[in-house]
Design a protein around this ligand. Sequence first.
Ligand code: PAN
Ligand code: ZN
Length: 194
Amino acid sequence: MDTPFANDLIFPQGIPSKYDNYVIRKLSSLRGQFNNLQAYEQMLAKEDTVIYEVYEVKRPEIPGELLHGVSIIHPGKVGNEFFMTKGHFHATLETAEVYYGLKGQGMLVLELPEGDWAVEEMRPGRVVYIPPRWAHRTVNTGQEDLAFLAVYPANAGHDYGTIEDQGFRKLVVEENGQIRVVDNPHWHSPDQRS
Ligand code: PAN
Ligand code: ZN
């Protein structure tokens, strides 16, 4: 039988005191996701910058268990588009998730397979509920790291392929010093898949 356990988030970074799964995502792993392809290639030619890191506590990936972890997205832009996560649907589509903002400023961009979309602000102390079926991507719109805690069913799984293929409908960009949510010109619907 499992025994209860606890963990501390060590600030200012927000890194958990104990974790057993560490994921680091560099610019090269987000190929095709940023709108400005030329800006992407130019940036990558200089350095394969770290875009975000995830610290997770492993649990058996079975119904009844929960996974939790801290994601830290670094500040920056590719062209005028803010650094962001790859984003995903849960492989088990009917699973939800809760995000809790720890540090920094950002946006959570969400969309349904049917095409509805939504945006929620991320900031310290803010709880965002992601209902089942909504794909989600986090965007750092600030000048410092964006950190948040995520809790989700351990059997959720991650479907990255759908987003890699069709992209998100909405991009978060800076225009004339303003943060704006705009249409993704590269987005295509699932039935237009190549
Ligand atoms: C989060 C994300 C994490 C990294 O824990 O996995 O923020 O984003 P990507 O998985 O899109 O690279 C979560 O939503 N888990 O389900
Ligand atoms: Zn998720």
